[in-house]
Design a protein around this ligand. Structure first.
Ligand code: HEM
Length: 358
């Protein structure tokens, strides 16, 4: 993320537009994947396909006998008895399709990445370095599938009805790392030359605050992952107080103390609220300083305005999800919009590449 002109500057403008558009399409597909993942999780569908066949798994069951076989397999895990007992083959088919679409979408993204990549490389439209970087993204995508399976497998244990929260957070974080990498590459191809910004105390302050805001968004997302993974959104459904207190009374029930951050629902939800509030305040500070700094230019100012709206929307979505006790639509939109907010923050950082922090 340096401020020197990017190596993409020597591609023709037409190729830069074409290739960055293709990468933006991939980012939209990643957002779609995050939304489908949210629906899969919130409808309790994630454990319905009990094997991992990266290639042949694309073919869904084609006969009644095959459906019966898969349903019988599903009835052997505790989640069936505790969450879906007696929902019949029709009920099973519903949760199966949610998980199947999630996995299908992943395979489709792999194709949307690798086929054009091969074409652009063979036609000499991209540099060797970029081709290698994009191929690395393909490998990371495949790895994300494997991490997904590693997560799902933790839900089949005899005493569990859901996946391990830590693995859920790992799966979400890996998806977002890939999203950040593709998005940053797309931005750098579309706008290869950083706009030079005269150094001043305010430009330095803005950029430092943007880095702090980015860090806070990441930590808030991780805390959101634990909130979702431990079902902590289904308790303390009031805002801003939790059971009548600003800080919940049983925040530090567990020992050692750090265990509360990953296992105690009261602490997990409180941490997520607190971090979200700190994120929103930091973004408020970014706007206060950044919008007054005229040297940043209009593109950066527009990006800052987008950032302000994005954090407002995400905060409101979080409170809505909580107050309505996590309906599927709200949980999925809140989860997806976190990635939108992260993307806007990245865009802000990209518009400020020409500003120094020293
Ligand atoms: C900067 C603001 C915020 C960000 C970036 C953010 C991010 C996230 C993410 C990424 C998740 C889902 C993780 C996953 O599915 O694995 C999540 C879940 C959740 N968030 Fe937030 N959040 C924010 C603000 C809030 C606020 C202000 C509240 C409420 C006071 C809130 C309440 C929740 C709840 C209840 C869940 C669990 C929903 C579920 O089970 O699906 N969030 N958050």
């Amino acid at each position: 993320m340096s401020s020197s002109p990017s190596r993409h500057a020597d591609m023709t403008p037409r190729h830069r537009r074409l290739i960055s558009n293709w990468l933006f399409v991939l980012c939209f597909m990643l957002l779609g994947m995050i939304a489908i993942g949210g629906v899969t999780r919130l409808t309790g569908s994630g454990l319905s396909i009990m094997d991992w066949q990266p290639v042949s798994g694309i073919i869904p069951p084609l006969s009644h006998a095959e459906w019966e076989r898969l349903f019988a397999l599903y009835q052997t895990i505790p989640q069936y008895h505790l969450q879906h007992e007696g929902f019949g083959l029709e009920g099973f088919q519903k949760i199966f399709w949610a998980e199947w679409i999630h996995r299908f979408w992943g395979r489709l993204m792999g194709l949307v990445l690798i086929v054009p990549l091969a074409w652009f490389t063979l036609r000499g439209m991209i540099t060797r370095g970029l081709a290698l970087r994009l191929f690395l993204f393909f490998i990371l995508g495949a790895l994300q599938g494997a991490i997904g399976w590693f997560m799902v497998a933790s839900g089949f244990r005899p005493d569990s009805t859901a996946v391990e929260p830590v693995r859920l957070v790992l799966h979400l974080s890996a998806a977002l790392i890939l999203y950040v990498a593709v998005l940053w590459t797309a931005f750098s191809i579309r706008w290869p030359d950083p706009q030079p910004v005269a150094s001043s105390a305010n430009t330095r302050r803005t950029k430092l605050l943007v880095w702090a805001g980015l860090g806070l968004i990441c930590v808030t997302i991780i805390a959101g992952g634990f909130t979702a993974g431990t079902h902590a959104g289904f308790v303390f459904n009031t805002f801003p107080l939790m059971d009548g207190h600003l800080i919940p009374a049983d925040y530090s029930n567990l020992t050692p103390f750090w265990l509360n951050w990953v296992e105690n629902k009261a602490a997990i939800q409180f941490d997520h609220r607190l971090l979200a509030t700190l994120t929103a305040l930091t973004i408020g500070a970014i706007l206060l300083v950044g919008l007054r700094t005229t040297t940043l230019g209009s593109r950066a100012h527009n990006a800052l305005m987008m950032l302000g709206w994005a954090v407002l929307i995400q905060y409101a979505l979080g409170v809505t999800t909580l107050l309505l006790v996590v309906p599927v639509w709200a949980g999925a939109v809140h989860q997806t919009f976190a990635a939108v907010l992260l993307g806007v923050m990245l865009y802000v950082l990209h518009t400020l590449r020409g500003a120094s922090t020293r």
